[in-house]
Design a protein around this ligand. Sequence first.
Ligand SMILES: Nc1nc2c(ncn2[C@@H]2O[C@H](COP(=O)(O)OP(=O)(O)OP(=O)(O)O)[C@@H](O)[C@H]2O)c(=O)[nH]1
Ligand SMILES: [Mg+2]
Length: 436
Amino acid sequence: MQATAVLPQLLDIRDKVVRPVADAQRMELLPASAISAPPMVLLLGNHSSGKSSLINHLMARKVQRTGVAPTDDGFTVLMYGDDERTVDGSSLTTHPDLPFSELTRFGPGLVQHMSGQFLNNELLKQVRLIDSPGMIDASGSGSERLYDFISVIRWFAEQCDLILLFFDPEKPGTTGETIATLTEALSGVDHKLRIVMNKMDLFDGIRDFARTYGALCWNLSRSLQTKDLPHIYTTVIPELVREDCLLPLDGFAAALLELEQYINNLPRNRLDTVISGTINECQSLYVRCQVTEYLRNKVKTTRLNGYATAGLFALIGIFYIGLTAFADEAFTRSHLIVGLASFILFLVSIWISNKLALWTEHKGINQLDDTFHAAFAGELANRGLADDLLHTWSNARDGLAKILVVDGLHGLKKVPKRKMKKLRTLIDTELPKLRQ
Ligand SMILES: Nc1nc2c(ncn2[C@@H]2O[C@H](COP(=O)(O)OP(=O)(O)OP(=O)(O)O)[C@@H](O)[C@H]2O)c(=O)[nH]1
Ligand SMILES: [Mg+2]
């Protein structure tokens, strides 16, 4: 497959060109393990809607517990391994080859509710599956969980290539956590979202189905920010279908096959996602560098202007004393006064220019948005570029601000112009070319 040839090339570019600039900017890049890892599928949704059952169906054996009452209360990552074994959350988050180390920032409450299963299964060579705790109503916010559920879902959703959001006939989109997930955790990543309306065999007839399907679409359209509804797979897990099912099952079985096909095709689509992700990272990095260098130059110019004034005072003094002393052939009191005055003005100018430079730096950092607008004034005037640029800035801003507020410009190494140029070429031509 083409991806196998392109991925090492992409990793090489990241190591040789992007990483040195990111190090200078103290910007964390996605670890290589996250890029070379197989695509991930996140299974989300109401409790008892069939997430674990679908995993068992895909694995063609029972690997996850299932049940009518809320069953899973944590996240399980299913991955390929020659030797089958189960690992706990801390092994999962500290494993050097797995992209889950960042999850530790959500606290021990999450790590204790995570586990991994290495299974010797062909599908898992291609994709990783993530089973999640069923969503519940309770307080509607999930605050009784020992970690910030919505933020964790958002993290997983950003890393995953496909998000399957499960509903079932009894709860077509009315659960508190499901709505919060749709509106808060999945906004901006909805292009990866597919809906699974499972357990279709439980409907009492076509009217029951039509009413519930309508309710699901209505709830989705209210919660999602996008114009178009995501694709809805209406499925049954064949081995779990009730015997007295009242609806014809062919269409639902076909929908499940279609979903399986989509999952099988993920590795091919993955490369595109990885390239887009790298382009986005490079853009953030480029914007951060430009803003930093703009501010650095402004501070430098302020200081140099001050130094030039100081130099002028010194020159005036030297010239006056030189010329008059040469003409009079004597060193008088007025020479001493002018000399002293020039020297004092020289020192004061140096002091003022240093203070002004410091003030310019603080102002530029405290009003970082203004600094960005000044650094990119030309590009922002072009309406075609402005939206993308503002979006990139919204991603890059906080990381840069954090470093500048604490360490100032000294906290960031200068990035040479040729490296910036190379980064620009990567964004504009080299990385998009890898898609071909
Ligand atoms: N009739 C029928 N039952 C199903 C189907 N899919 C799952 N079930 C049953 O629904 C129940 C819940 O399934 P699970 O797979 O445990 O659901 P889950 O979404 O993982 O639930 P939590 O882990 O609690 O979030 C189990 O008893 C399954 O046997 C289906 O298509 N038809
Ligand atoms: Mg489950």
